[in-house]
Design a binder for this molecule. Structure first.
Ligand code: PRP
Length: 187
């Protein structure tokens, strides 16, 4: 059995991902300039691949930084309880900030980050997410750059995991129900 046998279908192909990421980068290139370089904040772990590909197409000066966020109760009922496991290495005081996410689902993680960053006095905050799952939203959050809207399915690959695995798959796929049922139970 190979890891690929666990994938039911390809939802967004590698070519579609890469094409859309170029477009998102162009949207950013039209907004930001070398005069006031922004900080791009990658929310680990899921956004690492998107961040790496996105920044390759940016033509303005910028810095990159990383945050690890943990949310409790994911997968079953979302509690909305979020905490920072690894914080930024530099201050965002008086800086333009772009938050880079792989997916906005209930919105609790992003809501927490936005409220947390607002108290650090950035010049501006924008949000880029590769995937958006609006059907699952529990709290309204502003998102400026969206790669793709996805249905309420178990999506993984291109940074997104199932039990910390499958992140390396170069496309967005849907996991076979039998795979997650065998791990999570039948409910
Ligand atoms: C995912 C994703 C977002 C968050 C979105 O992270 O990267 O940060 O969940 O969900 P929400 O909108 O319901 O808050 P996850 O906690 O799975 O960690 P990971 O990025 O390390 O896989």
């Amino acid at each position: 059995m190979s890891m690929r046998d666990d994938i039911e279908k390809v939802l967004i192909s590698e070519e579609e991902l890469q094409g859309r990421i170029v477009q998102l980068a162009q949207e950013m290139n039209a907004i930001y300039s070398d005069d006031d370089p922004p900080v791009l904040v990658c929310i680990l772990k899921g956004a690492y691949m998107f961040m790496a590909d996105l920044t390759r197409h940016l033509d303005f000066r910028h810095e990159v930084d990383f945050m690890v966020i943990s949310s409790y109760g994911k997968g079953t009922t979302s509690t909305g309880v979020v905490r920072i496991l690894l914080d930024l290495t530099y201050s965002i005081d008086n800086r333009h900030v772009v938050i880079v996410e792989d997916i906005v689902d209930t919105g609790h993680t992003l809501d927490y980050i936005l409220r947390n960053f607002a108290s650090r006095n950035p010049t501006s905050i924008r949000v880029a997410t590769l995937l958006n799952k609006p059907s699952r939203r529990e709290i309204e959050v502003p998102v400026d750059f969206i790669g793709f809207e996805v249905p309420n399915e178990f999506v993984l690959g291109y940074g997104l995991d199932f039990i910390e695995q499958y992140r390396n798959i170069p496309f967005i796929g849907v996991l076979k129900p039998a795979v997650y049922q065998s791990v999570l139970g039948e409910d």
